[in-house]
Design a protein around this ligand. Structure first.
Ligand code: SER
Length: 333
């Protein structure tokens, strides 16, 4: 049985990865760690939670030894839009956590999962059916850290034999913790506001197609890649994984099937729009399918039904003010 430590467990993905991992590997075998004490609120099953700044190598080593960890999931990252506000902090956090964990993986013989992203591609990348191996010249600091991360993970595997693995995640749509400052956040926000206000102001233009994925598929990809037979993995760092691709009009149309009066308007965020324009419309994930059997379970219609059902329950008690469509809708829940 794996003994797992998740760094950055209080983020959008970590909050749902922890329960998924605990269900498979046992509650006590999955240690949730985060820099923020309030992250512990997400984990109420009595499993281990530790305060950890993943940039603190010594404390990380102590925790790995204390819990006899053999596998680490590195979910620490500043996302793309927030990264543009503070590029140096983005570099420091994203690269600092990774290099610490790579060094500890080398020293303590750990397996290490690190997600990359659609953000690892750039303007000169082919945007349609983006190949696994192609031009990667991202224009955002987030993308720069993701490409550097992919290369570093390959380097530690090739030079030291460290078992590094990763996927290039699309925008993740989820209903537990909100994403923090990404370019694809609108695809989460739109569900909250559709339920509360029946209207939404998108910050990306119509026609901005991006790869997206429902959280259960993101956790499935993460777990399955770490369980995959290493002999079969040609592309360890990092696999394109795709599930659905849509633009703001496409998701609005799907929501209207359930909330017919839903209205979509636009107020473009230039920083996010420039980033989104440089990212793929849709990735080709053939290598993931062939090398470790990747197959998504969720498409846009199925996800929309589930998101609306879950959020309807969650927002039932929400008392935020719907006068401002940009600010309301369950963000305090
Ligand atoms: N969801 C991320 C972002 O928008 C992409 O990986 O920054």
């Amino acid at each position: 049985m794996k003994k797992i430590l998740v760094a950055g467990a209080g983020g959008q993905i970590g909050t749902e990865l922890i329960p998924a991992l605990r269900q498979i590997y046992g509650t006590d075998n999955v240690v949730a760690t985060d820099i923020r004490e309030d992250a512990s609120q997400f984990f109420t099953d009595g499993g281990p939670f530790e305060l950890l700044d993943a940039l603190d190598g010594e404390k990380t080593r102590n925790l790995i030894k204390k819990y006899n960890i053999d596998t680490v999931f590195n979910m620490v990252a500043l996302l793309s839009a927030v990264g543009e506000k503070n590029p140096m902090l983005s570099w420091k956090v994203n690269m600092g956590a990774l290099i610490n964990l790579l060094e500890l993986s080398k020293e303590l013989n750990l397996s290490l999962f690190t997600p990359s992203s659609i953000g690892a591609f750039g303007e000169s990348t082919p945007h349609d059916n983006t190949p696994q191996d192609t031009i990667q010249r991202p224009g955002s600091i987030y993308g720069v850290t993701k490409v550097a991360g992919e290369l570093l993970c390959d380097y530690y595997f090739n030079k030291y034999g460290v078992d590094t693995r990763g996927v290039r995640l699309p925008g993740i749509i989820s209903n537990v913790a909100l994403p923090g400052g990404g370019t694809t956040d609108y695809a989460v926000d739109i569900f909250y506001e559709a339920i509360k206000c029946k209207k939404y102001t998108a910050n990306l233009k119509p026609g901005t197609y991006l790869d997206m994925m429902y959280m259960p598929d993101a956790t499935k990809a993460t777990v399955e890649l770490m369980e995959a037979n290493p002999d079969k993995l040609i592309h360890r760092n990092c696999f394109n994984v795709a599930a659905m691709s849509f633009d703001p009009e496409g998701i609005a149309m799907e929501i209207r099937k359930h909330i017919p009066e839903f209205q979509l308007s636009y107020e473009i965020d230039d920083v996010r729009q420039a980033i989104a324009n440089s990212w793929p419309n849709k990735m080709d994930d053939t290598c993931a399918r062939e090398e470790w059997g990747w197959k998504p379970d969720w498409d846009l219609p199925k996800m929309t039904v589930d998101m609306l059902a879950v959020l309807n329950r969650k927002l039932n008690s929400c008392d935020c003010d719907c006068g401002d469509a940009g600010k309301c809708c369950g963000k305090n829940n």
